[in-house]
Write a protein that binds this ligand. Structure first.
Ligand code: B3K
Ligand code: ZN
Length: 844
């Protein structure tokens, strides 16, 4: 397969004014009739008429009413057309029931649904399937399903048909259709200008009771976007549909968002606090796309971060406002390091705006989404809040209705602020995570920070010129007081020094407050200073970071020098955990430890080959030592933070539960699971039940609870996904692959449902010591299943193959085992384009 280059972009040859589609639904033989009004694009470079099409049977085609015989190509068709506006009509047949790739029109549990982003519309009908071709859609659906939905407003409905009209021009990737036996949870919203909007969450009968939280999240999102960004909703109707079989989280189709049921359905009995928080964030994310994505879309898929980075940034702001800003920031940085730093340090590293790709579905990555959001956060830090919002106002005003580019976006900021963003652009064009090395000195009342930046090479990009890095710094005095409030240092050179004058004594620096840039800070300092910052920093992120760094450095010494757990870590953590003036949610996060993968990367960066088993052992030893050191405190916290009020998934209650459950984890290490069993037996919500089950599995006493859990929840697919995952995540490393393998033979395991596949094989890959066990059983099991899934669902297969992306870090024996599996995958006849691209990039 040939790569596509950003540099080769050319405008579309024909533009569309309007599209009429008629669907005659039938599970294995749906007919799609299209009537599209084309006109030559005055800005085009060629007049060739090309339509994309995939897996379509062409029944008939006509231009201005006269039958034509188009020439079929590998990617669709071409046809001779008049040199003037004309009407294209076609009828095609498609087979939704056979569509296991879950892209285009497919069936999920007897219900019709679509997924068109990025290039799925071409599996529905012949069309210029590119985001810079926007059109007004009218859709007629004929079938016998009681509910038949599409984008926009319902204009007619009768026996066996429904007609929809979406007045807002949109690219085909935002088209959606849903039909089936669905029931709705209704709601309504009055916009800031007083318009009534009808809201619905559509679900399978039986799931009606799990919609209230999502509905509230939708209303909160609609209000928030009005208040913070001045963005009002623009249709009379907003529909959300829950679908069980879905490749990702959700999709922002205009007026008809389609959600993976795991990202919308929620109830206290079946969803954890973390599920509630995630559902709220995803509902907000998809809703916010209505302006950042739909009203202003992307010119081409290289500009994907234009909508995704911005929308992730907006949904993070929303969550910070709804819940706790520091907790959200810490959670996001943990995720960024786990997924984006990992990607940036491996063979799949790519720029926030890539310059080439083979399969666009492979670029819905942590770099485009999460680093894309970090880049916007930096821009806001550099220009300031007021300038940020005036730039955004200008963006909406200037580009409403456009298919825009990153150049357009940066131009808006330049025009609104007068700032030159030439150097800032490197954040979009250059891959890799900058390392910022920090040293300092103090003389005559002047404290100086010396910063130097360096970004390691990434595939295809050897030289990385210096970037603009906003480094937020505060200074603490020896008594812990803040002697200098946060100031943003603007680093633009490879090496740069920053002076702070008029100090009485040498301060302790708090560097990169609130994680002001997605970089790795390298600074040698003492454990005592880390503990001091943990105790005194006023910046919650850096307070947390100090504890995390202290833990990491202690663990690295345990791993490399066989040291005992660091007493200074244990003391500092105990003091922090006991401090009831701190938010329980913050304390729960600060009791977390660096992940196995973080430690492996840190070892690798320091020139040591990581041994996953040794990492796992060190973490276990530290957790055991900490449980002992904190015994009394854990018992006290567990009792003190029990929630007695009725369950609410809000920040306060979930913080209390998180801290109590962290304490339960420590208690379990000492009582073998007695307390966890009591919690399991009395739990009335999934957060408590699942935490207790995890502890019991961890203690090796999980069997009865595992059986009871299955009996209780076997009717609920989403809960059973948790049951699959948890058993694998809590297995001993030597058993992980065997437990996963046994679960793939369970009657409830299926390749057809991506959630179940991820719950099982994904959990295997999220247990590094188990996945990387020297036997190689984990590698072989994953490869076996990727090979089986690829012909059915290339997108999910390619996505999951990234489990192998870190393979070059490991020893020769493991590298040999992994490369053999990668080669075995690549040798499959008819391997999909998606998986071929990913696995070959990883293998290189
Ligand atoms: N825009 C979609 C993702 C589409 C993924 C296509 N493979 C969801 C989102 O980011 O909101
Ligand atoms: Zn998105």
């Amino acid at each position: 397969p040939q790569p596509i280059y950003l540099a080769d972009y050319t405008p579309p040859a024909y533009l569309i004014s309007d599209v009429h589609l008629t669907f005659r639904l039938s599970p294995s033989a749906t007919r799609v009739l299209s009537r599209i009004s084309f006109r030559p694009n005055p800005d085009a470079k060629s007049g060739e008429f090309v339509l994309h099409g995939e897996n379509l049977t062409l029944i008939s085609a006509a231009i201005d009413g006269a039958p034509v015989s188009p020439q079929m190509t590998d990617t669709g068709l071409t046809c001779d057309v008049p040199d003037a506006p004309f009407v294209w009509e076609a009828e095609v047949e498609i087979d939704p029931a056979a569509n296991t790739a879950l892209e285009g029109l497919y069936m999920s549990n007897g219900m019709y649904c679509t997924q068109c982003e990025a290039e799925g519309f071409r599996k529905i009908t012949y069309y210029p399937d590119r985001p810079d071709v926007m059109a007004v859609f009218t859709v007629r659906i004929e079938g016998d399903d009681p509910v038949m939905l599409s984008n926009g407003n319902l204009v007619a409905k009768g026996d066996g048909f429904a007609e929809w009209h979406d007045p807002w021009p949109k690219p085909a990737y935002l088209f959606a259709l849903v039909a089936g036996q669905l029931v709705n949870h209704p709601g309504s919203f009055t916009t800031c200008s007083g318009r009534e909007v009808e809201l619905n969450i559509w679900v399978r009968p039986g799931d009606e009771g799990k919609c209230a939280f999502g509905m509230q999240a939708l209303k909160d999102s609609m209000r928030w976007d009005e208040e913070v960004y001045g963005r009002e909703y623009d249709l009379d109707l907003f529909n959300i549909v829950a679908v069980d079989d879905f490749n990702m989280g959700a999709m922002e189709n205009k007026g008809l968002n389609i959600f993976n049921s795991s990202c919308v359905l929620a109830s206290p009995e079946t969803s954890t606090d973390a599920n509630f928080e995630r559902i709220e964030a995803i509902i907000a994310h998809e809703y916010f796309h209505n302006w950042t994505g739909n009203r202003i879309t992307c010119r081409d898929w290289f500009q994907l971060c234009l909508k995704e980075g911005l929308t992730v940034y907006r949904d993070a702001q929303f969550t910070a406002d709804m819940r706790s800003a520091p907790v959200k920031r810490i959670e996001d940085v943990i995720a960024l390091r786990a997924r984006q730093f990992r990607e940036d340090n491996g063979p799949l590293a790519h720029a926030v705006r890539p310059s080439s790709f083979v399969e666009i579905n492979n670029f819905y990555t942590a770099t485009i989404y999460e680093k894309g959001a970090e880049v916007i956060g930096m821009l806001k830090t550099l220009v300031g809040d007021a300038a940020y919002y005036s730039a955004l106002d200008l963006y909406f005003e200037r580009h409403d209705g456009d298919a825009a580019t990153i150049e357009d976006w940066l131009q808006v900021f330049e025009d609104a602020t007068g700032r030159d963003l030439t150097q800032f652009r490197r954040w979009y064009d250059d891959a890799g995570t900058p390392r910022v090395r920090v040293t300092d000195d103090f003389a005559d009342g002047t404290y100086t920070l010396h910063l130097s930046q360096n970004t390691p090479p990434t595939p295809g990009q050897d030289n990385k010129p210096p970037r603009v890095i906003p480094v937020a710094v505060g200074l603490l005095g020896s008594d812990g007081d803040e002697v200098r409030a946060t100031e943003v240092l603007e680093m633009t050179e490879a090496k740069q020094s920053f002076r702070f004058e008029g100090l009485n004594a040498r301060p302790v620096p708090s560097i990169l407050r609130d994680f002001s840039a997605p970089v790795i800070i390298q600074r040698d300092t003492s454990p005592e200073e880390r503990a001091f910052v943990l105790a005194h920093d006023t910046d919650p992120f850096n307070k947390w970071e100090a504890g995390r760094t202290l833990a990491r450095e202690g663990l690295l010494e345990m791993i490399c020098q066989n040291e005992d757990p660091d007493e200074r870590y244990l003391d500092a953590t105990l003091t922090m955990a006991r401090d009831d003036s701190l938010d329980p949610a913050f304390r729960a996060l600060a009791l977390g430890l660096p992940s196995q993968d973080d430690l492996a990367q840190a070892l690798h960066d320091g020139g040591t080959t990581p041994d996953p088993q040794v990492i796992w052992d060190a973490l276990e030893t530290l957790k055991q030592a900490r449980a002992q050191a904190m015994q009394d405190t854990a018992t006290r916290l567990y009792a003190q933070y029990q929630v007695t009020e009725p369950y609410r998934p809000d920040a306060a209650q979930s913080g209390a539960r998180a801290l109590a459950n962290a304490a339960l984890g420590m208690i379990t290490r000492l009582d073998g699971g007695a307390q966890a069993q009591r919690q399991y037996d009395s739990a009335d919500n999934m957060t408590q039940q699942l935490a207790a089950l995890g502890c019991l599995l961890q203690a090796g006493n999980g069997d009865p609870a595992v059986a009871a859990f299955y009996d209780q929840w076997q009717h609920d697919r989403l809960v059973i996904d948790k049951w699959f995952s948890l058993q694998i995540l809590h297995a001993r490393p030597q058993d992980t692959a065997a437990v996963a393998e046994r679960l793939t033979r369970h009657p409830d395991f299926t390749l057809k449902n991506p959630n179940r596949f991820r719950a099982t094989l994904g959990a295997l890959t999220m247990s590094p010591a188990g996945f990387h066990h020297v036997s190689g059983a984990g590698y072989a099991l994953l490869a076996d299943w990727l090979i089986q899934l690829d012909p059915l669902n290339p997108q999910t297969t390619a996505r999951m193959s990234t489990a192998f992306e870190t393979w070059r870090r490991y020893d020769d024996a493991r590298q040999t085992l992994i490369s053999a599996q990668l080669d075995r995958i690549l040798a499959q006849p008819k391997l999909s384009r998606d998986t071929t691209e990913m696995v070959s990039r990883i293998r290189e």
